[in-house]
Ligand binder design. Structure first.
Ligand code: ADP
Ligand code: MG
Length: 870
């Protein structure tokens, strides 16, 4: 493209575009944001808006499309949700007064990880931006929700490369950021992997992230408070490198182009502080997303979230995704939950107040950038009042835990009073010409508004007076933007117009005049109104500045409110679903009496959920091999144990009659490939990769849930692998393990290892129908009941009967080659030597050769034998 030929405006456009090559540029032209060239092609397609052309000075016209500025936010959010960045280029001067081309500048770059539009953000989800810095065998991570000002940092040193990338993957799965900043040392293989999840990647090397000095170059953007915190944070935590933190702050400054007063506090976290749930475990246990719904519905979080505020829902999600491993912290939550479960009225009372609480956590970004509107400030005031009510209720309650919770609610009366003194009740969202400042707050303002109102009355009087004086009944005083105030007289009365009226405008049916008296008043009126609005804006800005200084305290209150809301939600669910408070032990066992699956039980309507006991330890009951037919309830049982363990670590109460849990460091859940079809990863390879990950990472303090592992390949090698894995766990990892399998051949391992125990789920056959008892018992089953389940599923009898014939033959044949290592357990039913002899005898008979009498005798013998055997 020959740039010299371009029109000056197009040159300006391209200069701005050059600075923001990776963003779609919204270029303000009058009442529209326009896009040109490739951006226009892309945006018109993604937003389904018409593509037009504009003369750019070149031979060919430039592709163009645009959206009206006042509805731009909807289009922007659409692009952000599709994973694009949008740079907003505004007019920096009024085009009316511009000399030459209007000055334009990029005022904000909106990116997937910095998007804050509360109208389009999901209220119960955080929107995270993650920054990754890998250096040799160390890494540090920082992630932040710009809308709330949260910042979290962690550092790891001396990791092996595989540990490093495993950790990184786990963190990305846990945080699920919408955008990532990363340095060049991150391998391209890993980058490719994240890109597949549609996360926007920004290399540290990009122009936006050039080297800076956080304290010097960016210092002016942050509050003093934050700079102090940051220095203390770096010193007191012995942090050796914090590049990821620098880059994230820099990126926020560069994209938002405003100061960041709401970023106040950095939290150091360590993954040792949490029970680690990798992506696969989180998914199969349906911790925050249902397997079938791909949304919150059907998940543990869905069961537990009865929060009254979005702040609470976001907090609870963090708790559920990062269960605790510190007993004292767990007890803290338990104590509060217990107090609340004992008083439903108290729950109710607090809930009602919380429902009136505003999302002040997400308000802070607006307070910080000055865009907070009067309605929102008013909501802040009400939230302070409501928090005070909550504090008072908790203070006087006869319970030490609730009393200390009350003390955490800090006092924001000063902010309340400041707002209350000047802001009217129920103010409008937009100020424009509305009055939002209380009468009595400012004498000057009252006076100016008084003149404006009095002016209105004067005009009415003036109209009456002039009608009487001139005798023109239809004389009217009107106002428009161009003429100001004027007197309107219809054509038929023109003769009666007095001499002192001065003609201003002639219309088809009427004439417009003004008089000296009217002109004088107009001057006073417009002047006072303008001054009133300016003064009002000044007062309101003063209020905003005042609040902006107090953001830190507002954030503390938001944190306490969301904690309370989450605790209340857990208490409410405990009451609702009959949960109990779990105990904890140091001996490493998990004992559950009458445990239930927290999600499945809530979806049972006509049937009852059958509760089951669990005892699993690090000694004689370490590895449980669970056999039983399809549909018996193996998977449900194992997940229930994992979920109850997770809930206990969250600090929640749990679905059972009693539970005694020991802390675990990780929970691994693996589902055999063919059970995992829904994710489209049905390959045996994935199954084995996941197992490899367990072997690498599991410790004696982990809980392993292995469901039909070894299933994705042929029977014999699947069995061989499953067998070898259990042996490895028993001999090397020594982790508490539940292993469901259809390979009943594996039950022999109980003999080989003290730590292995066989469990099965009771079923019975009655009248050729299979009955599921859903009860877990000691022992094993050597029958898969596959054909019974098929029959239950409604498969035609012809097929069922034929399958039985085929099965018989196969089982018979396999007996001889059956696996050597478990001879004494296999096919117990048919092991009865008497039956075997009898069957062998039958096989020798040649039907064509025997006489009818011999056949009759044989049949008789069969009947008797079978009676005898029953
Ligand atoms: P398996 O893994 O043995 O094939 P599942 O655990 O998938 O069996 O359970 C099959 C079905 O049985 C589930 O859909 C569930 O609704 C029901 N189920 C499982 N356990 C119970 C229980 N304890 N009480 C009632 N229903 C149950
Ligand atoms: Mg199963």
């Amino acid at each position: 493209m020959n740039r010299e030929k371009l029109t000056p405006m197009m040159q300006q456009y391209l200069d701005v575009k050059d600075e923001n090559p990776d963003a779609i540029l919204f270029f303000r032209l009058g009442d529209f944001y326009e896009m040109f060239f490739d951006d226009a092609l892309l945006a018109s397609r993604e937003l389904e808006i018409t593509l037009t052309k504009r003369d750019a000075g070149l031979e060919e016209k430039a592709p163009m499309c645009g959206v009206p500025y006042h509805v731009a936010s909807g289009y922007i959010s659409k692009l952000i949700n599709k994973g694009y960045k949008v740079a907003i280029c505004d007019q920096m001067e009024d085009p009316k007064f511009a000399k030459g081309i209007v000055k334009r500048e990029v005022t904000q770059i909106i990116t997937p990880g910095t998007f804050t539009d509360t109208e389009y953000l999901k209220s119960d989800l955080n929107n995270y931006l993650l920054s990754i810095f890998i250096h040799g065998y160390s890494l540090n991570l920082t992630y932040s929700d710009y809308s709330t000002g949260e910042i979290y940092f962690t550092e790891k040193t001396f990791l092996s490369k595989s540990e490093l990338y495993n950790f990184l993957q786990d963190e990305i799965d846990r945080i699920s950021p919408n955008e990532i900043l990363l340095n060049d040392e991150v391998t391209s293989k890993f980058k490719e992997k994240i890109k597949r999840d549609n996360i926007f990647l920004n290399p540290y090397l990009s122009d936006n992230l050039r080297e800076i000095n956080l304290f010097k170059d960016l210092g002016e953007y942050f509050s003093k408070n934050f700079k102090e915190n940051l220095k203390n944070f770096l010193l007191s935590n012995n942090i050796s490198d914090y590049t990821s933190l620098k880059k994230i702050l820099q990126y926020l400054v560069v994209t938002q182009k405003i100061n960041l007063k709401h970023i106040n506090n950095i939290k150091l976290y360590n993954n040792f502080d949490y029970l680690i749930l990798d992506e696969s475990s989180k998914r199969t246990l349906e911790v925050v997303k249902g397997l079938n719904t791909f949304s919150k519905k059907g998940s543990l979080l869905d069961v537990l979230d009865k929060c009254s505020t979005s702040m609470g829902s976001r907090k609870l999600k963090k708790w559920v995704e990062s269960p605790l491993v510190n007993l004292n912290k767990i007890y803290e939550r338990q104590n509060l939950i217990e107090a609340f479960t004992k008083d439903l009225l108290l729950q109710d009372k607090l809930e009602k107040i919380l429902k009136e609480v505003y999302d002040i956590e997400r308000l802070v970004v607006k307070i910080s950038n000055g865009s907070v509107n009067p309605r929102e400030v008013y909501s802040l005031k009400n939230t302070i009042v409501n928090s005070k009510k909550i504090k008072e209720i908790l203070e006087i309650y006869k319970n030490d835990y609730l009393n200390s919770l009350a003390r955490e609610f800090i006092d924001l009366s000063d902010i309340y009073e400041k707002i209350d003194a000047l802001l009217i009740e129920n103010p409008p969202v937009v100020i424009e010409e509305n009055r939002i400042i209380k009468e009595g707050y400012s004498e000057d303002l009252d006076e100016l508004f008084k003149i404006a109102t009095e002016g209105k009355n004067w005009l009415l009087d003036f109209e009456n007076k002039e009608r009487e004086r001139t005798g023109i009944k239809k004389l009217k005083i009107k106002h428009n933007k161009i003429l100001g105030y004027f007197i309107e007289v219809t054509k038929s009365f023109l003769d009666e117009v007095p001499d002192d009226y001065i003609r201003k405008q002639t219309l088809v049916g009427s004439e417009r005049f003004f008089s000296v008296e009217l002109k004088d008043m107009e001057g006073k009126l417009l002047g006072s109104k303008e001054r009133a609005l300016t003064l009002q804006a000044e007062i309101y800005n003063g209020l905003k500045d005042y609040i902006a200084v107090e953001i830190y305290r507002i954030q503390i209150l938001a944190d306490k409110l969301s904690n309370l809301d989450s605790i209340l939600s857990l208490a409410k669910v405990s009451n609702l679903n009959n949960y109990v408070r779990p105990d904890f032990n140091q001996e490493g066992f998990i004992e559950i009496k009458n445990g239930r699956h927290p999600i499945v039980e809530t979806y049972m309507k006509d049937e009852f959920f059958v509760p089951n006991d669990t005892f699993i330890d690090t000694d004689k009951h370490m590895i449980h091999i669970i056999t039983g037919p399809n549909m018996a309830g193996k998977s449900t049982y194992m997940r229930q144990v994992a979920l109850i363990t997770i809930m206990a670590h969250i600090g929640s109460f749990v679905p059972c009659d009693s539970a005694n849990i020991s802390l675990v460091d990780r929970i691994f859940t693996r589902i055999g490939a063919s059970d995992n079809l829904s994710k489209g990863q049905s390959t045996f390879m994935v199954e084995m990769q996941e197992v490899a990950d367990i072997i690498d990472n599991a410790t004696a303090k982990s809980l392993l849930i292995l469901d039909e592992v070894g299933r994705g390949t042929s029977t014999f090698d699947g069995l061989a692998i499953a067998n070898a894995i259990i042996e490895y766990i028993a001999e090397n990892i020594k982790a508490k393990t539940l292993f469901a399998t259809h390979y009943h051949e594996l039950v022999h391992l109980e003999e080989k290892y003290d730590s292995v125990e066989n469990l099965t789920i009771a079923v019975d056959r009655q009248d050729d129908e299979i009955i599921f008892f859903r009860k877990i018992i000691k022992g094993f089953t050597n029958n898969s009941y596959g054909i019974d389940v098929a029959k239950l599923a409604g498969i035609d009898d012809t097929i069922i009967n034929r399958a039985k014939e085929v099965l018989y033959v196969i089982e018979k044949e396999n007996e001889d080659i059956s696996i050597d290592l478990n001879k004494e357990y296999i096919r117990e039913e048919n092991h009865n030597p008497e039956i075997m002899n009898f069957i062998d005898k039958l096989k020798e008979i040649n039907i064509l050769e025997i006489s009818p009498m011999e056949a009759f005798n044989l049949l008789n013998e069969i009947v008797n034998k079978s009676k005898e055997l029953q």
